[in-house]
Design a binder for this molecule. Structure first.
Ligand code: ADP
Ligand code: MG
Length: 934
C-alpha cells in the first residue's frame, strides 16, 4: 500500500495516524525502514546541491571589467585593428575561463564543507533507540527529540513533554509555540497545526516522541524548497575591508591610465585611436579584476585547511574574521576538558566518604571505603544514590557496534562507540553499572514515567519513576541548588530533618572537592504525592538529600599549550562555565588561563554570576579584569560578549545549548561544539568544531591570520606589478619614446601573468610563529604603507630593465625592442610573486620552492610567455620579433634581480627583528603525544 505523505495527519488522532502510516509506537523494523527508504528516497531537499558549471561560466561575462574589454574591442575595431579585436576577444575568453576555474574551485570547497555538517537524529528501530543520519528517515519512523534538536522531518506528535518549538524558519513566527497532541480541524493553517512538527524548525524546550509523516521534498519545507544549513557568505567587517581595497585599487588604476592618456594625447600627440587603445589596455590591465575571485579562493583554501584541523566553517568570511579575534570566551566541559567524566568520590548522607575506581566509561571498577569494598546490600544510602544515578538519567551505554553509517566514525575514541548522551549523565550511569556488574540485581528495576531534562537555567534534572507501585521523583543537579531544595537527609535509618551543621558539612565537602577540580553533583529524591504522572520544575522541592558525587574530567592534552599560544598572540582567554566557582578556577589554573601572578591582583581570580550581579556597578571593570566566570547563565554570557565588543574587541565564543544561540549569533565568530552541541547552537554558529577541542579554535585562528596575510600578499602583488607597469609606460611616453608595448601585448602580459600567478599566492602557507604576533586589527586596511617600499623597488627594477632593453634593441627595430620589454615585464612580474610570498621574511628562510602552487604557476606562466613569443602564429598575431635564446637567458637573469633587491630590503628592514625564526610553531608540536590517561 502506498504511504500518503500528503494526508492531513493533524486532523486525526494519534492512533489513526500511526495506522495510516503503518507504524507502531515501537518504531519500524530495520527491514521495513530500508524498504521504505528505497521507495520514497532519502530525506533530503533536492535540486539545490551541486554547482551549475554553465551558469558559473556565463556569470564571468557579467563582470564590469569584461564590459571595458568589449569596449576596447570596439575601439580596436574602430581603429581598424582586426588582429587586436581577435586578441582582445581571446583575452576575454581566457579571463573568463580563469575566473570560472577559480570560482569553481571555491564553490566546490564550500559544497564540500556543507556536506561535512551532518544531521543526526534518534529514532526507534526494532523497538530500540538508535542514532541515524537524518537523511535515512522514512515516513512511519518514530523519532525522539529533545531540547535543541532540529526537527529532521515533518512528523505528527505522539507524545510531548513541556514541548515548545520555534518555527520562525517556516512561518516567520519567532516565539516558541506550545505543541499538543489533540487532533485539529483539517483546514488549520501551518502555524496552527499544534500537533505537527516541521522539518527545519527546532525544539526550544521539552521532549517529544513523534511519527514521521513526510520526508525530503514532501515536507512543508521541501514544498517551499528552501535550503537550510546553507553556508552564509555575508560578513560586514571583511566586506568592508575588501570593498575598500577594491576602491583603492580602482582609483589607482583609473588615475594612472588617465595620466597615460593625457600625456600621450595632449602632451605627446600620438594618434587618438592609438592612445585610446593603449589607455583602455592599461586600464584593463591595472584594474585588479581577479581580486574578488582570488579572495574567495584564499578564503576557500583557508576554510579547507581549517576543516582539515577539525574546524568546519559555516560562514565563509569567518575564516578571515578569526585572524582578528582578540578575546576567546570558552566554556569548560568538553572544550578545555576531555569530557570523559568519571565519578571518583561519593559523600553520602550518612557521612561516609567512598572512593570509586576504574577509568573512563569502562564499567569495571569498585566502590570502596578505607580500601574495602562496599556493597549496596550493606549500605542502603549508597543503594539509593546508585538507584537515582541510574534512573534519573537519559544517557545510554550500548556497547554494541551495529550503528548505521558507522563508516568513518571508527577512528574516534573507542568510548564514543559505547556511550551516548550528556557526559555528566554517562558518568552517573557508568557508576551505577559498576555496582550492577559486580552484583546482579543490585539495584531495583523501575519504570520511568516522566522525565524533566537538565537545563542550564534550572541546573537540575528530575525523573518520575514507579518501583513496585510506589512513585518517586528523583533529582540530580548542581549541589547548592539541590541543597536549597532539600529539607531532609537520608541516613542508614531513613530520612531525617537536615540540620544546619549537616548543611555546613556538605558545603565544606563540596568546596574541598571543587578545589580539586572536581565537578560535583547532588542526588536527591522525594515521594510523589497523590498519583501524579508527570513531573515539572515546580514540584522539585522538599527533597530528601542522598549524597554528592565528585566527578573528574581531566584537561585535554594540548590545551595548556594552546592557551599559552593565545597569550603570546595577544588573545585573551576567558572561561564562562555553568560549573562551580572552585571547579572552574581549578581547571582554569590547570590549563593556564589563571596563572600564579594573577593571585595578588586587585581582582578575584574567578567570580560567580551572583557575585557579579551584586557588583553591578563595576560590571565593565570586572569583565575587563576577571577571566573566569562561573555558574553563568546564557544571558550573562551575552552581556559579557556585548561589553567586550563595545570595547572594540572581536570575540570568539563557544556554546552548545539552545540558550547559547543568541550569544553565538552575537559573537563575531560563534563556535558550536560538533559532538556535544545542539542543532540549534550549530545553526546559530559560524564555525562548528568537529572535535569540540579548544586547541582547534586556536589553530583556526592561526589559519585566519594566514588568510588575511594571503589576501594582503596577493593584493600587494597585484598592486606592485600593475603600478610598476603603468609607471614604465608613463616614463616612456614622457621621454617621447614610442609605446613600449602594443595594446594586445599589454593585455596579454597582465591578464595572463597576474591571473596565473595570484592563484599560486592564494595557497601560501603561514610563515614563522604567527601566534607570536598581535591579532590583525579590526579595521586594518588590506593595503597599508608596508606596500610602498615594494612599489618603489618593483617600479625601479622594471623601469631600469625595460628602458635599458628598449634602448638596446630599438636600433634593430621597434618590434624586437617591444618583445624584449614584454619579456622583461612578464619575467619581473613572475619573479615578484616569490617576493610576495612573505612580506617580512626572506625567501630562503621560508624555502624558495616550498609553495608548490607558486612553482607550478611559475612554470605555466613562463611557458605561456615563451609560447606567445616563440610560436610563429602567435608571435605574428601579437607582432613579436623573437629574441635569440642567449638574449632571452640574459633577460631572464636580469629580471630575477627583483628577488635579490627585495631580499636586501627585507634583510635591512626586518633582519634584526626576526633573526632566525624557525618555520612552524612550537605549541602545535607533539600535542598528540601528550594524551593523558583518563
Ligand atoms: P558546564 O557545562 O559549563 O560545566 P552546565 O551549565 O552544563 O555547566 O552545568 C552546571 C552544573 O549543573 C554542573 O556543575 C552540575 O552540577 C550540574 N549538571 C550539569 N549537567 C547535568 C546533568 N545532565 N544532570 C544533572 N546535573 C547537571
Ligand atoms: Mg554542560
Amino acid at each position: 500500500m502506498e504511504l500518503d505523505q500528503r494526508y492531513p495527519y493533524h486532523s486525526i488522532p494519534v492512533d489513526e495516524a500511526l495506522d495510516k502510516l503503518q507504524a507502531t509506537k515501537e518504531g519500524l523494523t530495520e527491514e521495513e525502514a530500508n524498504q521504505r527508504l528505497n521507495k520514497v528516497g532519502p530525506n533530503e531537499l533536492t535540486g539545490k546541491e551541486g554547482i551549475n558549471p554553465v551558469l558559473l561560466f556565463l556569470k564571468q561575462f557579467k563582470d564590469f571589467l569584461i564590459l571595458i574589454l568589449f569596449l576596447a574591442a570596439g575601439v580596436a575595431w574602430y581603429a581598424d585593428q582586426r588582429v587586436d579585436v581577435y586578441v582582445i576577444l581571446g583575452v576575454i575568453l581566457f579571463n573568463a575561463v580563469l575566473g570560472f576555474l577559480q570560482e569553481y574551485r571555491a564553490e566546490k570547497a564550500i559544497l564540500a564543507l556543507k556536506n561535512m555538517i551532518k544531521q543526526e537524529t534518534t529514532v526507534l528501530r526494532n523497538g530500540k533507540p538508535k542514532t541515524i543520519e537524518a537523511k535515512q528517515l522514512v515516513p512511519g519512523d518514530i523519532i525522539k527529540l529533545e531540547e535543541g534538536d532540529s526537527i529532521p522531518a515533518d512528523a505528527r506528535l505522539v507524545s510531548g513533554k513541556n514541548l515548545q518549538t520555534v518555527e520562525a524558519s517556516l512561518t516567520g513566527e519567532s516565539l516558541p509555540i506550545e505543541k499538543k497532541t489533540d487532533p485539529l480541524p483539517e483546514k488549520s493553517n501551518l502555524g496552527d497545526r499544534l500537533n505537527m512538527l516541521f522539518k527545519g524548525t527546532h525544539v526550544a524546550r521539552g521532549t517529544a516522541t513523534a511519527v514521521v509523516t513526510g520526508t525530503g521534498p514532501h515536507t512543508e519545507l521541501g514544498k517551499i524548497s528552501k535550503s537550510l544549513g546553507d553556508i552564509k557568505t555575508t560578513s560586514t567587517n571583511f566586506r568592508k575591508k575588501t570593498q575598500r581595497l577594491a576602491k583603492q585599487m580602482a582609483v589607482i588604476s583609473i588615475v594612472t591610465s588617465l595620466v597615460v592618456f593625457v600625456l600621450g594625447y595632449y602632451v605627446r600627440d600620438y594618434a587618438f585611436e592609438e592612445v585610446l587603445l593603449i589607455t583602455v589596455a592599461t586600464l584593463v590591465s591595472s584594474i585588479p579584476e581577479g581580486l574578488p575571485a582570488v579572495i574567495s579562493i584564499v578564503l576557500a583554501i583557508g576554510a579547507k585547511r581549517m576543516a582539515d584541523q577539525n574546524a568546519i566553517i559555516r560562514e565563509f568570511t569567518a575564516t578571515e574574521m578569526l585572524g582578528s579575534i582578540s578575546v576567546i570566551l570558552t566554556d569548560k566541559t568538553g572544550t578545555l576538558t576531555k569530557s570523559i567524566l568519571t565519578v571518583k568520590s561519593i559523600f553520602l548522607g550518612d557521612d561516609t566518604e567512598l572512593e570509586v575506581s576504574g577509568s573512563g566509561y569502562a564499567t569495571e571498577g569498585d566502590i570502596t571505603h578505607n580500601e574495602e569494598s562496599v556493597s549496596t546490600s550493606e549500605n542502603a544510602v549508597l543503594a539509593k544514590l546508585l538507584f537515582i544515578a541510574k534512573e534519573c538519567n537519559n544517557a545510554r551505554l550500548s556497547g554494541d557496534k551495529d550503528k548505521a553509517g558507522s563508516d568513518e566514525e571508527n577512528d574516534k575514541e573507542s568510548e564514543d562507540d559505547k556511550a551516548s548522551g550528556d557526559p555528566t549523565e554517562i558518568a552517573l550511569l557508568v557508576l551505577a553499572k559498576k555496582a550492577e556488574a559486580k552484583n546482579e540485581g543490585a539495584l531495583p528495576e523501575a519504570q520511568q514515567l516522566d522525565d524533566l531534562p537538565f537545563s542550564s537555567e534550572q541546573k537540575f534534572r528530575a525523573t518520575l519513576v514507579e518501583t513496585d507501585g510506589k512513585r518517586e521523583i528523583l533529582v540530580v543537579g548542581a549541589p547548592e541548588k539541590i541543597l536549597k531544595l532539600s529539607s531532609h537527609i537520608l541516613d542508614s535509618d531513613g530520612p531525617r530533618e537536615l540540620t544546619e551543621d549537616q548543611r555546613q558539612q556538605i558545603q565544606d565537602k563540596m568546596d574541598d572537592w571543587a578545589d580539586h577540580a572536581m565537578r560535583v553533583l547532588a542526588l536527591a529524591y522525594k515521594e510523589a504525592e497523590g498519583g501524579i504522572d508527570s513531573v515539572s520544575a515546580e514540584q522539585v522541592d522538599g527533597l530528601v538529600w542522598v549524597g554528592i558525587t565528585g566527578i573528574v574530567d581531566p584537561p585535554r592534552g594540548g590545551v595548556r599549550k594552546a592557551v599559552g599560544a593565545c597569550k603570546s598572540a595577544g588573545i585573551r582567554v576567558m572561561m564562562l562555565t555553568g560549573d562551580h566557582k572552585k571547579t572552574g578556577a581549578a581547571i582554569a589554573r590547570e590549563v593556564g588561563i589563571l596563572e600564579p601572578e594573577n593571585e595578588n591582583s586587585d581582582y578575584p581570580e574567578a567570580m560567580q554570576e551572583d557575585e557579579l550581579e551584586d557588583r553591578e556597578n563595576d560590571f565593565d571593570e570586572l569583565v575587563d579584569n576577571v577571566s573566569v566566570f562561573t555558574r553563568v547563565s546564557p544571558n550573562t554570557k551575552l552581556r559579557i560578549a556585548e561589553h567586550l565588543q563595545e570595547k572594540g574587541h572581536l570575540i570568539a565564543m563557544t556554546g552548545d545549548g539552545v540558550n547559547d544561540a543568541p550569544a553565538l549569533k552575537r559573537a563575531d565568530v560563534g563556535i558550536a561544539m560538533g559532538i556535544r552541541g545542539t542543532d540549534v547552537a550549530k545553526d546559530a554558529s559560524h564555525i562548528v568544531l568537529s572535535d569540540d577541542n579548544f586547541a582547534t579554535i586556536v589553530r583556526a585562528i592561526r589559519e585566519g591570520r594566514i588568510v588575511f596575510q594571503n589576501v594582503r600578499q596577493t593584493s600587494f602583488f597585484l598592486l606592485t606589478t600593475n603600478f610598476a607597469f603603468v609607471f614604465v609606460f608613463i616614463v616612456a611616453i614622457t621621454m617621447g619614446l614610442p609605446f613600449p608595448l602594443t595594446a594586445t601585448q599589454i593585455l596579454w602580459v597582465n591578464l595572463v601573468t597576474d591571473g596565473v600567478m595570484e592563484l599560486g599566492l592564494a595557497a601560501e602557507r603561514g610563515h614563522g610563529e604567527i601566534m607570536k604576533q598581535k591579532p590583525v586589527e579590526k579595521d586594518a586596511n588590506i593595503l597599508d604603507k608596508s606596500v610602498v617600499p615594494y612599489l618603489l623597488l618593483m617600479s625601479a627594477v622594471m623601469l631600469g630593465l625595460s628602458l635599458g632593453a628598449f634602448y638596446y634593441y630599438l636600433p634593430q627595430g621597434a618590434e624586437i625592442a617591444r618583445t624584449a620589454v614584454f619579456l622583461v615585464i612578464a619575467m619581473t612580474q613572475v619573479f615578484n610573486t616569490f617576493n610576495m610570498r612573505s612580506i617580512d621574511r626572506s625567501l630562503f628562510t621560508i624555502g624558495a620552492f616550498s609553495n608548490k602552487y607558486v612553482n607550478i604557476a611559475f612554470v605555466v606562466s613562463v611557458a605561456l610567455q615563451l609560447l606567445v613569443v616563440y610560436t610563429p602564429f602567435l608571435s605574428n598575431l601579437f607582432r613579436f620579433d623573437p629574441l635569440p635564446i642567449p638574449d632571452l637567458l640574459v633577460i631572464f637573469l636580469l629580471s630575477s634581480t627583483v628577488i635579490w633587491i627585495a631580499e636586501i630590503y627585507k634583510k635591512i628592514r626586518f633582519g634584526k627583528q626576526q633573526p632566525d625564526i624557525p618555520e612552524g610553531e612550537e605549541w602545535m608540536k607533539d600535542e598528540n603525544n601528550e594524551k593523558q590517561k583518563v
